[in-house]
Design a protein around this ligand. Structure first.
Ligand code: C2E
Ligand code: CA
Ligand code: CA
Length: 712
């Protein structure tokens, strides 16, 4: 900074950015005190046409009462009146409100009375008989000052209280004022910067050319808005959102510049974090499923054209779960990190090693000459992971099973290839782990048992073998019930109790998910009406849906029919979709979702934070709630990375006005973590496991607070 600081002007001299007042007379309230009714009327009528309002009083006492009642901007009073005269009235008014201008009308040009009046603080006098024009001439400047003062007061309050840093400069760009937020954000005291040239003070690091262009725009168009990086007094860099505006005087000349900005580093951090999250696994820094899928598609497109082979290696650690369960998550995490380093050491720069979740890794090998090339990499991978992992002087043996599928021999499409590699990996496990297997069509003969399961499912639906459990979603920390999530179970006649993971994937693949989901909706709707019939407070039910529902053209209509048949309102339903599902066909989904929303249902983005985490989905689609995935929640009190991500998600959700639900909360510590972050709704074993419908009233009764509420 090379400008010489000048002594700061006193705050009173500081001009504030105020636009000229339009017709100040119009905003004026005038109190007219005159004991002669004829004179009063002759003044009040024409005056009322020009000023905002005229209040009349017939004597001094009444005048004072009216003054207290209406607090007019200006008082006009006769001098000589019976009782409280003009002087006494003025004295009383000035005692209460020294700034209120008082105009005295007098027929007596007596020097004594006038001198007394001036001593009391009368602002102007007019001679009787009073001409209205003359009175207006007196009122004009008074009105202007009054209006300006009140606006100035307001502007000064806004200026001081603003959370935006605000700098005001004069026409030569010399700083004439700065507010508290300026000091807070920039680190400079107000007194340090008054008198400096704005450009000398500007911490923007974008360079001179950028700043010149900025100020040129301001002069040409009257304003500039944008994001830039700036430095605080401490030298620390931070991103700011800046606006610059010019203020012009009545003649249209620039009188001031107002530079205002906010520190957007928090927002930036959250966004960067989420963007990163969208493509990388936070634990290992490997590309996640999204980035992997993207690269896989690219590789396939290229391979089709070039006639090349693309290999995918599905890799699963063999004894990871054992290590994780016996030595704890921390050690588990270290093993995963070490495993990912070893995997990277087995591949070429153009290959992609990705973590799909848990201990599953997948390796993409584009542009191979033959499938045997993939086998050679798999061999290396198995060897690399067979080497013991060191932990506190102990050797942990982990090992890995790898399944290989290659384009074009084992499939044309990414999904098929991945499934086939997965099947091959299971084969590797079943023949003793610590080895790799190529996909072969026989592996699919497992399809036989799938077929029978599919058959069983259809029959099971007819025979009433499915059941919905309901897991409470509760207010954190009171435990008050806010809703439940419906979770499906299948009581299979031979296989016993089956969990969703045992049959939902197959139901999705075979299309059976469509009738199954309609059953889920109908059953949940029926249950809501049963509960409300037994006097429970209304319970909101969340339903899990998948891509197939959004693809049904009549899904919203079907749902509406189901609601009508059960006689319940859509407001009791929250529909949960994963991001992957919502992403698939954005435009269409938007239509289907808007139709659903017309029924009053809420939309929840399920399993948030592990997959796409794409901000655009959130911006475009009518989502009401984010459900933070259990995998993040489970680590949140132990794993800093996860805590940071969850923090970012919560703060982003708050900015976007979305509700946040944390699922899979198992411990008091986790519940406390979310309570501290104003995440008010949680779900998980800490409060309750999924319950049979009949057990929900019992659950409510077990909560004293809720019990009282139900009873009341
Ligand atoms: P989700 O939507 O993530 O549901 C939450 C899962 O986490 C449930 O598993 C629930 O039992 C489990 N859970 C809840 N709190 C805790 C906790 O504190 N600790 C642990 N370890 N687990 C907890 P569930 O019932 O096995 O369901 C698995 C998935 O199956 C669900 O995941 C959902 O995606 C799907 N699903 C369940 N019911 C339906 C359904 O009716 N239709 C469809 N399409 N999918 C369903
Ligand atoms: Ca769910
Ligand atoms: Ca989930």
């Amino acid at each position: 900074m090379n400008a010489v600081p000048q002594p700061p002007p006193s705050p009173d001299e500081v001009p504030l950015a105020i636009a000229p007042v339009a017709d100040p007379l119009q905003s004026l309230t005038v109190l007219l005190v005159e004991d002669d009714p004829v004179i009063r009327a002759s003044l009040a009528l024409p005056l009322a046409k020009r000023v905002g309002a005229v209040i009349e009083a017939g004597n001094g006492e009444e005048g004072l009462a009216r003054f207290r009642e209406h607090r007019p901007h200006v008082v006009i009073t006769d001098l000589v009146m019976p009782g409280l005269d003009g002087l006494a009235l003025t004295r009383a008014i000035k005692a209460e409100s020294p700034a209120t201008p008082v105009v005295i009308a007098t027929g007596h040009s007596e020097a004594d009375a006038l001198i007394a009046a001036i001593e009391i603080g009368v602002d102007r006098y007019v001679l009787k008989p009073v001409q209205v024009d003359c009175l207006l001439g007196v009122l004009g400047p008074l009105a202007y000052t009054a209006a300006l003062e009140s606006r100035q007061k307001l502007a000064a309050q806004v200026f001081a209280a603003s959370s935006e840093a605000i700098l005001i400069a004069d026409a030569d760009l010399t700083v004439v004022d700065a507010n508290d937020a300026f000091t807070r954000i920039s680190g400079y005291e107000r007194s340090e910067v008054l008198g400096l040239h704005v450009l000398d003070l500007d911490g923007a690091i974008e360079g001179e050319a950028f700043l010149e262009a900025l100020w040129r725009t301001v002069r040409d168009t009257g304003h500039w808005r944008g994001e830039l990086w700036s430095r605080r007094k401490s030298g620390e860099l931070y991103p700011e959102w800046r606006s610059v505006d010019v203020v012009r005087d009545a003649d249209g000349r620039i009188s001031n510049y107002v530079v205002a900005w906010t520190d957007i580093s928090e927002r930036k951090e959250a966004e960067a974090r989420i963007q990163y999250l969208a493509h990388y696994d936070a634990l290992t820094d490997l590309p996640n499923r999204v980035l992997f899928s993207d690269r896989f598609e690219q590789a396939l497109i290229h391979a089709r054209r070039a006639g090349e082979t693309v290999g995918v290696l599905f890799t699963d650690l063999d004894r990871f779960k054992l290590v994780n369960d016996s030595l704890g998550h921390k050690v588990g995490d270290q093993v995963l990190q070490e495993a990912s380093r070893r995997l990277l050491s087995c591949v070429r720069a153009e290959d992609t090693v990705s973590r799909l979740g848990g201990d599953e890794f997948v390796i993409l090998l584009p542009a191979l000459r033959t499938p045997q090339d993939a086998g050679r990499v798999a061999e290396k991978v198995v060897a690399a992971l067979a080497r013991p992992f060191r932990h506190k002087g102990d050797d942990l043996s982990i090992s890995a099973s790898v399944g290989i599928a290659c384009f074009p021999n084992d499939g044309e499409l990414a999904d098929t290839l991945l499934t086939h590699a997965d099947l091959a990996m299971y084969r590797a496990k079943s023949v003793g782990r610590n080895n790799f297997q190529f996909f072969s069509p026989e592996l699919e003969s497992g399809a036989l048992s799938r077929l029978s399961l599919e058959h069983d499912m259809r029959q099971g639906l007819e025979r009433g073998e499915f059941e919905l459990l309901y897991q409470p979603q509760v207010d954190n920390p009171t435990g008050r019930l806010l809703g439940v999530e419906a979770l499906i179970r299948w009581h299979h006649p031979e296989r016993g109790l089956l969990l969703p993971r045992d049959f939902i994937p197959l139901a999705e693949e075979s299309g059976f998910i469509v009738p199954l989901s309609l059953w889920v909706l109908a059953e949940a709707a029926r249950q809501v009406s049963v509960w409300s019939g037994t006097g429970l407070p209304p319970v909101r039910v969340s339903i899990n849906l998948c891509a197939a529902q959004l693809k049904q053209p009549d899904f919203a209509a079907n749902f509406a029919r189901i609601l009508a048949e059960a006689g319940v309102s859509g407001e009791y339903f929250e529909l949960e979709f994963t991001e992957q599902v919502l992403m698939q066909d954005g435009e269409r989904n938007l239509l289907v979702l808007s139709d659903l929303k017309k029924l009053g249902v809420g939309i929840t983005l399920d399993d948030f934070g592990v997959g796409y985490s794409n901000l655009n989905v959130l911006r475009r689609l009518p989502v009401d709630t984010l459900k933070i995935d259990r995998s993040l929640v489970s680590e949140v009190t132990e794993n800093k990375d996860d805590a940071v991500i969850v923090d970012a998600i919560i703060s982003m959700a708050q900015r976007m006005d979305l509700k946040v639900v944390a699922e899979g909360v198992e411990t008091a510590d986790q519940a406390g973590f979310f309570r501290d972050r104003a995440c008010q709704e949680i779900q998980g074993h800490f409060f309750s496991k999924p319950l049979a419908a009949a057990d929900l009233p019992g659950y409510l009764n077990s909560l004293p607070g809720v019990l009282a509420q139900v009873a009341g």
